[in-house]
Ligand binder design. Structure first.
Ligand SMILES: C[S@@+](CC[C@H](N)C(=O)[O-])C[C@H]1O[C@@H](n2cnc3c(N)ncnc32)[C@H](O)[C@@H]1O
Length: 150
């Protein structure tokens, strides 16, 4: 990010609170808001609220860059987690069995990924008009989404 030649604001905080506080104080608006692998920790209602507040932070044609794990369309959270863990067991070979067990517990307990359609529907509800997936990883677990606000 440091290589991109533009003014940047990095915020480390609870996303649910910080976007609400920033949106209340409407004298700040942004061309791009980016989150990376955070939204899947929120409930569907919290994701809805965050996307709504992000829409209040963006300029017209502003973009919400949403990088996150995303379920396949036909998949629920449980199937996603099983598939993701299986991929980890096969490929994350540098992890000790203790590390793997911590990761498995964390992912099974705290990860609530949505499908791309659900994320797009939430965005559409809050006046985002263009939905693009610029990258999907090979295990079909993570996506780089760009949501453009009208
Ligand atoms: C998988 S890590 C991603 C870290 C980093 N953003 C990245 O892309 O590599 C998930 C991060 O989400 C953070 N997190 C969980 N709930 C959050 C929330 N409500 N607001 C902001 N960050 C949160 C966790 O503390 C953790 O650092």
């Amino acid at each position: 990010m440091a290589q991109i030649n533009c003014e940047q604001t990095f915020i480390e905080d609870d996303i649910s609170k910080v976007v609400e506080e920033l949106a209340k104080n409407r004298n700040q608006s942004f061309d791009v808001v980016m989150t990376s692998f955070v939204l899947h920790h929120l409930s569907l209602a919290q994701k809805d609220k965050v996307i709504e507040q992000v829409s209040h932070l963006l300029k017209t044609n502003g973009i919400f860059v949403l990088i996150d794990i995303v379920c396949k369309e036909e998949e629920d959270k449980e199937h996603f987690v099983n598939r993701y863990l299986e991929n980890m067991r096969q490929n994350w070979t540098a992890l000790s069995s203790q590390d793997m067990s911590i990761m498995e517990n964390h992912i099974s307990t705290y990860d609530f990924p949505e499908t791309q359609t659900t994320l797009y529907q939430l965005a559409q509800k809050h006046n985002f008009v263009r939905f693009e997936c610029l990258y999907k990883d090979t295990p079909e677990a993570a996506q780089f989404l760009c949501l453009t606000f009208q």
